[in-house]
Design a binder for this molecule. Structure first.
Ligand code: AMP
Ligand code: ZN
Length: 190
């Protein structure tokens, strides 16, 4: 492409890979919910529940698998933020945790309300990524980091099994036949 005044920005700024989108969103004033010296909290762009926020470090830590003992204080700050956000949303029960197999770069903790009512929740993988062991609760990750100084990766066959776990309501024993039936049922818990 020849360089012209109109396209020089496009040429000089190559498009970032989609897995880097959270790092871009950390600078997006419309998505930023709060920030501190070390952390940015953004609204998830495709929320899977009524409340869905992401907590990210400003430091370039790629995922939970890059955490070391030196990061315990940072992770404890994630916990303080979770407590604060739970206080701000007294009418919603919130969960905090990390995906065992994240798709996006930069460490991010999900803070997500238990309702799981959202038009963006569309697939079994979406559901299972928050309601099975694919979702590693914040307290477990903190305890593992304190004990071992690192987080152990999940085995690939376990990941595959968890992704295809049969659907089950996260708030009662209801077993839906499919996602539309599950979504309809979730409304009864509101
Ligand atoms: P994970 O599977 O843990 O990597 O989750 C990534 C999360 O980022 C998902 O909940 C997505 O809905 C969310 N997401 C994807 N793209 C963006 C974006 N550009 N800005 C904010 N959140 C995003
Ligand atoms: Zn139910």
């Amino acid at each position: 492409m020849p360089m012209t005044k109109e396209n020089q920005n496009e040429i000089s700024k190559p498009k970032k890979h989609w897995t880097m989108a959270l790092v871009e969103s950390m600078k997006d004033a419309e998505l930023i919910y709060k920030d501190t010296e070390r952390i940015v909290i953004i609204r998830d762009k495709y929320p899977k529940a009524k409340i869905h926020l992401l907590v990210l470090p400003k430091d370039n830590i790629n995922s939970i698998y890059k955490l070391t003992s030196k990061d315990v204080a940072l992770l404890e700050e994630f916990g303080e933020i979770f407590k604060l956000i739970q206080k701000e949303h007294k009418n919603h029960l919130l969960n905090a945790g990390f995906h065992a197999v994240p798709s996006m770069q930069r460490l991010h903790m999900h803070i997500i309300s238990k309702d799981m009512v959202s038009p963006c929740l569309k697939t079994k993988v979406h559901w299972n990524s928050f309601t099975t062991a694919l979702f590693k609760p914040y307290n477990d990750v903190l305890a593992e980091l304190k004990q071992y100084g690192a987080i152990k990766e999940i085995a690939h066959d376990i990941y595959k099994t968890l992704k295809t776990t049969p659907l089950k309501c996260n708030q009662c024993s209801y077993i839906p036949k499919n996602i539309p039936q599950l979504k309809e049922h979730l409304l009864s818990h509101l």
